[in-house]
Design a protein around this ligand. Sequence first.
Ligand SMILES: C[S@@+](CC[C@H](N)C(=O)[O-])C[C@H]1O[C@@H](n2cnc3c(N)ncnc32)[C@H](O)[C@@H]1O
Length: 251
Amino acid sequence: VAPDRQEYARRWRLTAADPRVVLLDGFHAVKHALRFGADVRLVLTTDRAGLRALSRDMAPDIAAPLDTSAVELPAALVRTLVPKADPTGVVALATRPDDSALAALPRRSPVVVLDHPRNLGNVGAVVRLAAGLGATGVITTGDLDPWHPNALRGSAGLHFAVAVARRERDDLPAGPLIAFDPDGDDIRSIGVPDDALLAFGSERHGLSPDLRAKADRLVAVPMTAGVSSFNLATTVAMGLFHWLSGRAGGC
Ligand SMILES: C[S@@+](CC[C@H](N)C(=O)[O-])C[C@H]1O[C@@H](n2cnc3c(N)ncnc32)[C@H](O)[C@@H]1O
């Protein structure tokens, strides 16, 4: 391997060691990060011609900056840096945004609260929903890091399109708290205000007693008799879509 390639690998290792830096694995994650203004520090590709073709077909808006910033390295060397890199062979490192201003964000759309989620794939899917449906952000309680690489993979890099943060249950932003639980009132009987917090329980244990007690409303998405619950991310989709459906202007 030529020395300049080793220099890029060295720079990657150094940057990746910074705790504020997150891994973007795959073309789509890097595309969304660039499109939504992430501070992308290093981009590697194992196949520049393939990267150009993907950009041309799927992201002409960021094709030029991506081509300029990407460094082509042999796949074997990239595997030493990211052992299970996405098949597109595109990986990047970006700075995780500061989330301290979350409470002060203007609230024109709900914030999703995931109460102690256990599955990083669900967290990523919910961030992607929040970005796609125009929510303000996603807050998680509990010990999982919502910026974990597996959550970023699940969101296809859309963490950079909305606010994503971990908080304690007693440190949530202001706003009416609407908690989702299969035993609640039919969601169709209420309107969801734009400044609502929409709270969802963990995959195994449901809502914590703490959030249940704090909730202004407990609501359910109706289910056919005999079905005990929906998957967490699909319930978030239905909750956000219910909010959106009640809104005059749409997304
Ligand atoms: C997989 S469910 C958890 C099931 C859990 N065994 C329980 O006891 O609630 C994860 C979360 O999705 C939401 N959820 C799932 N189905 C729902 C429904 N039909 N109505 C409202 N919320 C639902 C709730 O917030 C729930 O805590």
